[in-house]
Design a protein around this ligand. Structure first.
Ligand code: 3PG
Ligand code: MG
Length: 400
């Protein structure tokens, strides 16, 4: 038996009220979506259910309003982008429980889609309170979770509902659950992990877990500065966590690959004057902002020796050129090996996806996850509560 059910297992959805947990927590600026990747990935589930005659009720959180109504965190501005993505009108309800949604859902026709207001406007969401979960469950007959990127949260709409209604994974969720295990659970070896980003402290469990299971662990980004400091190098004005040097020392082993050369500058500013140096040549007045060309050619060489790569975190301050060069070159090396069919490559994490988009290789990796925090928890080897709750169990829900 499959580990979880999918839309294929939900046969008679016509006329049923299907609660779809999406993750519409997307980057926005002045009410406009600046990165629609999550919406595009989750659109097929909503569209398919609507086409099959379901009455689709979309649930999501947005940002972290902390259990109260915060108008700037309303999901209302997402109704139009969602409608455009699915090619159907999307109605909006000003709350996610209570009279408003009950009336609006009561007058839905088969194939209609409605988006309910931010679930995190209620304290019951994050507390996974049974009364709140029941109020949500009462709105639907079936529950579909398509929000892998929120599956690390054991909230009412991500976990609780699966315990109250017959449930299934949506297409985007199923896709994540299909691709990710090919990397960490049953990878073709040798397996390389690339971990970058600013801080060791936020990725200690990721680094520890990966160090135990991968064959090569490449460290980039500002967190590499802490590893260099742990080896006794001066890192000048660089971003560094001196209190994490001991952690770094414990992780360092023959598997761990650190930068061979660095790009340093006096300031982090667009097109700031920079130079390339060995790790022992950083001046007190300088900061490390990227890896250098030797590091990248060494990375490209090692990449040819592995069969699988999992990537989280940029190599340098890629938002500020020219300090994007290391990240772009490394991403292009992965893309090239993948295109040639020599490598299975999976990447994830908010910054990582932005970096890959910047490098123009989003479609050249084998798979790019839309998850941020959930991707990190998966890299830690943890079971995600939203995924665990989708495992089939014998429950009788309304409509069955
Ligand atoms: C995310 O953007 O990572 C998910 O939507 C989860 O959001 P959260 O970190 O606020 O739980
Ligand atoms: Mg977040």
């Amino acid at each position: 038996m499959a580990a979880y059910r999918t839309l294929d297992d939900l046969r008679d959805v016509a006329g049923k009220r299907v609660l779809v947990r999406a993750d519409l927590n997307v980057p926005m600026k002045n009410g406009v979506v600046t990165d629609a990747l999550r919406i595009e990935r989750q659109a097929p589930t909503i569209r398919e259910l609507a086409e099959r005659g379901a009455r689709v009720i979309v649930l999501s959180h947005f940002d972290r309003p902390g259990g109260k109504v915060v108008p700037s965190m309303s999901l209302r501005p997402l109704a139009v982008p969602l409608a455009e993505a699915i090619g159907r009108p999307v109605a909006f309800a000003k709350d996610c429980i209570g009279e408003g949604p009950i009336a609006a859902i009561g007058s839905m026709q088969d194939g209609d889609v409605i988006l309910l207001e931010n679930t995190r406007f209620h304290t019951g969401e994050e507390k996974n309170e049974i009364a709140f979960t029941k109020a949500l469950a009462g709105l639907g007959d079936l529950y579909v979770n398509d929000a892998f990127s929120a599956a690390h949260r054991a909230h009412a709409s991500t976990e609780g509902l699966a315990c109250l209604l017959p449930s299934a994974a949506g297409r985007a969720m199923a896709s994540e659950l299909f691709h990710l295990p090919k990397v960490l659970e049953s990878p073709e070896r040798p397996l390389m992990a690339v971990v970058g980003g600013a801080k060791i402290s936020s990725k200690i469990d990721v680094l520890t877990h990966l160090a135990a299971i991968v064959d090569v662990l490449v460290i980039g980004g500002a967190m590499a500065n802490t590893f260099l400091a742990a080896q006794g190098y001066q890192v000048g004005k660089s971003l560094v966590e001196l209190d994490q040097r001991e952690t770094a020392r414990k992780i360092i082993s023959s598997k761990v690959v650190l930068p061979r050369d660095l790009v340093v500058a006096q300031e982090l500013a667009p097109n700031a004057r920079s130079r390339i140096t060995a790790p022992d040549g950083v001046d007190q007045s300088e900061m490390i902002l990227d890896v250098g060309p030797r590091t990248i050619s060494e990375f490209a060489r090692q990449l040819k020796t592995v069969k699988t790569v999992v990537w989280n975190g940029p190599f340098g301050a890629f938002e500020t050129p020219p300090f994007d060069r290391g990240t772009v070159a490394a991403a292009q090396a992965v893309a090239e090996q993948t295109r040639e069919g020599k490598l299975l490559s999976v990447a994830g994490g908010g910054d990582t996806v932005a970096a890959l988009a910047h490098a123009g290789v989003m479609n050249d990796f084998s798979y790019v996850s839309t998850a941020g925090g959930a991707f990190l928890e998966w890299l830690e080897g943890r079971t995600l509560p939203g995924v665990a709750a989708l495992r089939p169990r014998s429950i009788e829900g309304p409509g069955r």
